[in-house]
Design a protein around this ligand. Sequence first.
Ligand SMILES: [Zn+2]
Length: 415
Amino acid sequence: MEFEDSPKQKPEAFFGLPIDVRFCRRCVMSNQRPSSAVEFMHTRESKKATLAIDSEGVCDACRVAEEKEKIDWNQREESLLRLLDQYRRSDGHYDCIVPGSGGKDSAYQAHILKYKYGMNPLTVTWPPILYTDYGYENWINWIDVGGFDNISFRRSGKAMKLLTRLSIENLFHPFQTFILGQKNLGPKLAAKLGIPLVFYGENEAEYGNPIADTATSLRSKSFHTYKSIDDIYLGGVSISELRTRYGLRLNDLTAFLPAEDTDLAKTNVQVHYLGYYLRWTPQEVYYYAVENCGFKARPFRTQGTYSKYNSIDDKIDDLHYWTTFVKFGIGRATYDASQEIRNRHLTRDEAVGLVSKFDGEFPDRYFRDIMQYLEMDCERFMLLSDKFRSPHLWAKDTDGSWQLRHNVMGTGLDD
Ligand SMILES: [Zn+2]
């Protein structure tokens, strides 16, 4: 019980996160979840926009799921057909680009565009930072079993390693270099090769960006274009500092940069979400990819969650979700279970149980490999992690170990 005459000082919130932690009543996501940011403008000082929870206690992502049930999917497919009819070619040229790593989503996208809708996709891959064996095999199967041409763009390993290290040191964001390429490579190659249509899978709004984003199939250009190089930061460091302090040439960095606004405009490249046109259920997409593209789940559970088939190509992925647990109090099980509640594959009670069991589990399976690759000391990484624990989310218990102040089970230190 708190008395009015002894106001408690609220602990500070990092990254612009909301000071009061709230959980959605339908899924298990909290209001601390950041929306997708423009990755190449991300600095230490960036303030996050976060998931909105409305007056009824329901989050935007759950509202999007609710709206989705009202969509007339036949009508959406008809508009897809109209779009594809404008671009489909029969002269041997590619007519669209599908960026992906051969995970279940990109496998489904490329396959359905080619074999159901008669398109001629070129698949393009920005390879993971550190392939897992399963990820590599799935990529090969996508190309060979699915039957697609593919350009896999291997960027300078030296630049990749340095930028990944900087993104950990400055932003505690080990996955930034992967996300950069994953968002930028498709539109960039589209402009270079004169292929005007690019398809991504699901809209980021499915997972909690502002609802307005889902009103169109087109992805906002801000995610993959830039106007001035002075606006760009990689690993939280400006391009000029990367050149002067870290000795990189502009040419070493080009692979990581988005397309120039003017280049995309010349080819009139359009970037669409296929998920706008087709009903996208991760579990069904998974079965489709298994059947048609030789996709294989890992026989073991991914650390930090209960699933076996989501984002399994990069060793760094598991660590990435551990860092979101540190920074926002949101681990991988929370992401997975929330999505499955929205698709009606889990009840909220089941989801709470899974979060309680797996969220924040330290991913030690590949941890040493990653540290070895980055030439980073394991202990140094752990010390670094403490600097990113926002005081409004974390406190030490009587044993001196970090505990969340609030969690979805209601058993946090301050709950
Ligand atoms: Zn929700």
